[in-house]
Write a protein that binds this ligand. Structure first.
Ligand code: ZN
Length: 283
C-alpha cells in the first residue's frame, strides 16, 4: 500500500533537496501535551517533536526543539504535573537547531545530563555548526551543548527506564534513533523514536561522491534498514508530520506495527530521488 505519511523531518516537500527556510510557522506553534502511551508523553510543538518518558526515579526528555520553544517544552512538562528538576536526562536525535536548539536552556533549567552519539556530541558542542553535516550552513547555530557519548546499541538508564540508542546516520552523521518499552494497563509496547531519515543537503553537498564521506550512501541505506527492522509498536518521528503522529493520536490509533517499515520505504524513495538528481547533475 502506498505510504500515507506527508513529510519527513526537516523538509516539507519531496522535491526540495536544498535546506528549507527554518521558519515553518508550525515549528513554534504549541500543542497541548498528551499521553502517547503509559509513561511516554508528547511535550513538543506542532512542528518538531519532544517526548518525555517518566518514572518515579526521574524522567528522560527526548529532544527539546527550537531555541525559542524552550519555555514551551518546559511548560508542557509542568502542565502534565511533572517537575523540571525530575528531568535527569536529555537525549538528542540529531544536532540540527529544530531538535537540539533548546537543549542548552532546558539542560540548564533541569540540571539534566545530555546524551548523544559520538558524532552527535561533536555537532552539539559546535552548536550545530558542523562542516561534516550535509546541510551545513555557516551562521545557523545555537547555544553549544556538552553531551555524554552513547555508543550504537548502548543504553541510557534512569531508575527503571532503559532507553536504547540505534545509530542511524544519513540525515546527519550523528543521527540516532531511540527505543524503549512503555506499559499501560498491563500491556507493554515497543516505542520507536525514529530520527529523520530524510536525504537533504545544503545544495552543494553530494551524498554520492563526497570524498571525505565515502560510505555515506551505504550507511544511509543501512540506517533505513535498521529502522525498518526495529520492533515497532508505536512510531514517533522527530517531526510529527513525518508519520502523522498528532493525527494518529487524535484518532486513538498510535499503535501500528507496520509504521516503521512505511517510514523506511518512504525514506528509500527520497534517497533514490536525491541520488538520481545527483547522477543527473554529475559532471
Ligand atoms: Zn535535521
Amino acid at each position: 500500500m502506498r505510504p500515507t505519511f506527508l513529510a519527513l523531518a526537516c523538509v516539507a516537500s519531496l522535491s526540495a533537496v536544498a535546506l528549507p527556510a527554518l521558519a515553518a510557522p508550525e515549528w513554534t506553534q504549541p500543542v497541548k501535551p498528551f499521553r502517547i502511551y503509559g509513561n511516554t508523553y508528547y511535550v513538543g510543538s506542532r512542528g518538531p517533536t519532544a517526548v518525555l518518558v517518566t518514572s518515579p526515579q526521574g524522567h528522560v526528555l527526548v529532544d527539546a526543539t527550537l531555541p525559542e520553544n524552550a519555555t514551551m517544552v518546559e511548560a508542557n512538562i509542568r502542565a502534565l504535573g511533572f517537575k523540571l528538576s525530575d528531568v535527569k536526562v536529555i537525549l538528542n536525535s540529531h544536532a540540527h537547531i529544530d531538535h537540539a536548539g533548546a537543549i542548552a536552556q532546558v539542560a540548564h533549567d533541569t540540571g539534566a545530563t545530555v546524551y548523544a552519539s559520538a558524532l552527535g556530541a561533536k555537532s552539539l558542542a559546535l552548536g550545530g555548526q558542523d562542516p561534516d553535516d550535509p546541510q551545513y550552513e555557516p551562521g545557523k547555530g545555537y547555544s553549544p551543548v556538552k553531551a555524554t557519548v552513547v555508543s550504537d546499541a548502548g543504553h541510557v538508564r534512569v531508575g527503571p527506564l532503559d532507553i536504547q540508542a540505534h545509530a542511524t546516520p544519513g540525515h546527519t552523521p550523528g543521527s540516532t534513533s531511540w527505543t524503549w518499552r512503555s506499559c499501560q494497563g498491563g500491556k507493554c509496547v515497543d516505542i520507536v523514536y525514529a530520527d529523520s531519515l530524510t536525504a537533504l543537503t545544503n545544495g552543494t553537498y553530494r551524498y554520492t561522491d563526497a570524498p571525505e564521506h565515502p560510505h555515506r550512501v551505504e550507511d544511509f541505506r543501512k540506517s533505513i534498514a535498521t529502522v525498518a527492522a526495529l520492533p515497532c509498536g508505536i512510531l514517533i518521528t522527530t517531526h510529527p508530520d513525518a508519520s502523522d503522529v498528532l493525527e494518529r493520536a487524535a484518532r486513538g490509533k498510535l499503535e501500528d506495527p507496520g509504521a516503521c517499515r512505511v517510514l523506511a520505504a518512504h525514506a528509500n524513495e527520497r534517497l533514490d530521488a536525491l541520488l538520481a538528481k545527483e547522477a543527473a547533475e554529475s559532471p
